[in-house]
Structure formats: C-alpha cells, structure tokens
Design a protein around this ligand. Sequence first.
Ligand SMILES: [Zn+2]
Length: 389
Amino acid sequence: MHFYRSKYVLPIASSPIEDGVVGVEDNRIAAVGPRSDFDGPFTDLGERVLLPGFVNAHCHLDYTNMAGKLPFRGCFADWIADMVVLKRKWWTSDYAASAKAGLEALVRSGTTTVCDIAASPSNLERVANAPVRVLSCLELIDVAGKAAAEKFWDLCAGLSPHAPFTVSDELYRKTHSFCRQRGKIFTTHVAESSEEAAMFERRTGPLYELLAVLGRSPDDCGRGSSVAWLDACGALNGTLAVHANCLSDDDVARLARAGATVAHCPSSHQFYSHPPFPFERLRAAGVPVCLGTDSAASGTTLDLRSEIRVFLAAFPSVRPAEALAMATMMAAKALNRPGVSGTLTVGSCADIIAVPLAGATTDVAEAVIVGRDAVKWMMVDGKVAHNEL
Ligand SMILES: [Zn+2]
C-alpha cells in the first residue's frame, strides 16, 4: 500500500481529516485516516485537500468547441434549430477536436468520472482511451427517422433518449426496459424549458411549432406535462432526469414515486434564463439532486467547482458540503456507482484529486469550492493521471 498525505483529506461520506492520508493498493482505496494512525511510505501533497474526483452527471463532450458559437436569443426552439445547423456544418475532425478539448477541460477541473451523452456511435471511439472514466450514454432520437441501431446499445454504459419532444413513447419503453434488464444508466432530458411545458400541456409555443415542422404528431400533446408523459411510458422509474426545471407539484411527486434522480446543470440553467430551479421542492419530496455541466455550447466550462458556485449563489442556504456531495457522491450514485466513485472510503475506486486550499475559510468543503486554480494532481483507478506539482 502507498499513502498520499495532505493538509486535509475530505472523504465526502465522512468528516474532513486534518493531516490525513489515503492509502492506495492497486486500484482501490485501502485506508483513510489521520497520518498518525499509519506507518508506511507516503507521498506528501502538501497544503492541499485530497478528495474524490468530481463526478459530472451530465455532459456532451463533443460540443465543447461550440462554446460561444450559439448565443441564446430568447427562444429555446430557435437555439435548438441553430445548433442543428451548426452540427451539420461540422466535420468529423471538428467533433474529434471538440471531444479532446472536453476531456482536457475535465482533467484541469478535477473530474474523474463523466456521464457523456454520445450523439452518435462514432463518439464512443473518441473517448475510448480517455484519461478519465467516461460513461458513454448513446443519445437516441427518432422524431425524424430511425435511432442508432441496437447493436451499439450494449457497447455503452447507458442510453439517453434525447427528450419527450424528440423520442417516441415506443423507443422510450424499449430503451428503458433494455437499461433496466442490463443494469445500465437510463437518462433523458425532461422538463427543461417553459416551451416544452407549453408544448405538452397546452399544444402551443415555439417548440410545439418547430416539432410540427419536423413531422412530430401533436396527438399526445395537450394532456399534461412532459414528466407525466414520461411516467405514462413507464420510463421514469430509476431514471436520471436531466434539467427538470419546470415542475408542477404533481411532477415532483411523480419523480419521487419513481425513485428518479435529477441532474441539475446550474450554468446551463442560467444561460437560457429558465424559470427558477425547484431545488427546495425536490429536496423536500426526497428526490436526490446531483450536478452536471451540460455542454459548453450552453455557456459552461465543464468545471464542476464553477457549477457549484453558480448553484450556491442561487441557493445560499445550502451548505458547501452538501453541494460538494451533489457533484461527487450523489452523482456517482445516480450513475450506478454508489460507494465505487465519489467518496474516499475503503474499497472504493482510487479516483482522487488534490485541490489547493483556497481562502481563509475554516470550512474545508468551502475552501475546495471557492478555489479557481486548475487541479494539478489527479489519480484515476489507482494511477496518477495528471501531475503538475
Ligand atoms: Zn444535455
């Protein structure tokens, strides 16, 4: 076993340890505690905090280099249409460069696990030898044609039918039951915008009109929310529901009954000026909420510390330690890796980062969050994946 020592160890699942060590054996964490409790060779990482690598519950690595290219002009449907145009202009080499830039951003920000929404099967190859754990979820859309063939489904960590406005109830049923049977991640965008609410609840609005042009039947609209629509498909059970910005109390109750988890993307939420995120109502109903970055196309940097800062600015009563857990332990649980990633506990994967202590704060979690320097030391699966110390 080899030990790594730093000023603080922050296991997330338990309290911070001053002058702590983490013992690593092969690719697992074999010990966590005060340095005085252990003998053995150790690497001193100095005045830093050792904590589990961040776990990003929702990202689109392929769109990283779209940052700044798609300004939001006030209409979500227009933004989607702009993105479709830009995607058609991009070459394969553009997507490859973009995914590479995304992975580099994850390393710089201390993210060791990411749920990446792969827009096509070719994306899977681009992240095959990534320096961090990429859990690829193949995105499926059948609003204007066939979705990616089933032969690719087994190659993925999970599936991600895009959203209730672009995916048929038949495809939702099929993908949900596939993921349930194989223990794969099932994730989908839902209730993201007020335009999606207008479409499903009132058969009106820009998104409703855009989808009509694309040939989507309006027959299922005007009956209730998109969350209720998903529930009726049986596709809400255990689902990682991304965004969930526009929720009625009935929607919140459905998510709770279904055992769903919500992935909130604070910067993306801010970029589109969505209605306030219903965090307190979700928390009161017992719906777990974890954090993701969404893509850089919607104004994010793929840096979860930055996402936590945006989240805490909107919800100042949330404790820094709780917010930090949403970007580590809670996200790992949502991605079917409870106790494996997102905590420093004996037996979990050795995915560890060292973050400089920032500010004069006495709260270790807060000291991690307020820091803006790049993360200079990262271990993934027991191997040092990045070291600029
Ligand atoms: Zn997304």
